[in-house]
Design a protein around this ligand. Structure first.
Ligand code: SF4
Length: 387
């Protein structure tokens, strides 16, 4: 085994044997300004941001593993920008919201959010291995609530049981894989005991920030709960390390489909080449790039967000460069929690009866001719007839 050194909370480097234990990683996570300043040479903006984060808002937590991927001397490092606070988090921009997806308004039971008829979001914990500075749920992650007990989750489980139209339960938080295995197992068993639940999804950033968490013990605990999908969150190719690749491959080998949601982040991955490299790397380890998300307008994150025009230009550059399995759907989750909207650059140049002019990824205009229809017969009436 390669014995490289990782940066730890203490000033002394620590050998990989202990650092390869996920509990050690959580115990030694950087959570204070002092330990952050010992690990990286902070800019004034980062130092002020870290001091502010210690007092209010989203706290600091960075595993030694994830911190070891960050550049010591470059404040524009894409890893560093995702986990180190800056004073720009104190700025409020027009449209910023504490709860951009309206999760409080859509709470149907304590810890349970329902925004679509067939699926719910179960918020099992407020803890994460790393607190991401762009987090949509920054209003509540790391706020001290900790892991919800099964008793606290009973009303949520009762609600799911009473609504058979709910087929899909997304266990999220915080990060459910930051929970102890036994607690997670008890929770999954409780969800799985509801006969109308078809799919369970685990929303986790652990393969990115704490890949050593994907242990044999965890896989043994998850296996009885198939079909169980893992929704993870790689944002930059630098995150696809040897350890992260091993974590994804172990999940895939154990039969868990792994899907990735990337958030478009200004200065971090708002570049077609960077995203192309990321998506190709994910496909190589059997992770499906599923969504590319427009960043939610979370209060204090305007410095990390792209405009929709910028995002669509990037999406346009990716079209045709990547095959369908590597090209995620670009999504804007509408503020207020009214649902996801897929967006594409404009590929329709002109429409007239039976003829549509389309622009290809190479910029060529091509006419598509519809099949003939009788009078009063159109695509809509055809579709109605097939219902
Ligand atoms: S891991 Fe997920 S829930 Fe936790 S801080 Fe990051 S984005 Fe938010």
């Amino acid at each position: 085994m390669t014995r490289h050194l990782v940066v730890a909370k203490s000033t002394a480097p620590v050998e990989e044997e202990s650092a390869s234990d996920w509990r050690w990683q959580l115990r030694n996570a950087v959570t204070s300004v002092d330990s952050l300043a010992q690990s990286l040479s902070l800019t004034q903006a980062e130092l002020e941001g870290a001091r502010r984060a210690e007092r209010q808002g989203l706290p600091i937590a960075i595993t030694p593993y994830y911190l070891s991927l960050a550049s010591q001397g470059d404040a524009q490092c894409p890893i560093r920008m995702q986990c180190v606070p800056t004073i720009a988090e104190a700025d409020a921009a027009p449209g910023d919201l504490d709860d951009p997806l309206g999760e409080v308004a859509h709470e149907v039971a304590p810890h349970l959010v329902q925004r679509y008829p067939d699926r719910v979001l179960l918020l099992a914990t407020d803890r994460c291995a790393v607190y991401c500075r762009f987090c949509t749920r920054s209003r509540m992650v790391g706020d001290g609530g900790g892991v919800a007990s099964l008793e606290q989750l009973l009303p949520a489980l009762d609600y799911i049981r009473a609504h058979p139209e709910i087929r899909d339960v997304i266990v999220s938080g915080g990060d459910p894989l930051a929970m102890a295995t036994e607690r997670l197992e008890r929770l999954l068993s409780a969800v799985r005991s509801i006969p109308t639940v078809e799919t369970i999804r685990l929303a986790t950033r652990v393969p990115v920030t704490l890949p050593m968490r994907i242990t044999d013990e965890l896989l043994r605990a998850l296996r009885p709960h198939h079909p169980l999908w893992v929704m993870t969150h790689f944002n930059h190719p630098r995150e696809v390390t040897r350890e992260a690749r091993a974590a994804c491959e172990r999940l895939a080998d154990a039969g868990f489909p792994v899907m990735n949601q990337t958030v478009l982040l200004r200065g971090i991955n708002d570049n077609a080449e960077v995203l192309e490299t990321l998506f190709r790397a994910l496909v190589r380890v059997r992770v499906r790039p599923y969504y590319l998300l427009q960043a939610d307008p979370v209060k204090g994150t305007a410095h990390l967000r792209t405009t929709l025009d910028e995002s669509l230009a990037i999406v346009g550059m990716l079209q045709g460069r990547l095959s369908g399995i590597a090209l995620p759907k670009f999504i804007c989750d509408t503020p207020g929690g009214f649902g996801k909207v897929p967006l594409l650059p404009e590929y329709v140049v002109h429409r007239e009866a039976g003829r549509t002019t389309l622009r290809t990824f190479r910029g060529r205009e091509v006419v598509y001719v519809d099949p003939p229809r009788g009078e009063g017969d159109n695509a809509a009436s055809q579709a109605t007839r097939t219902l």
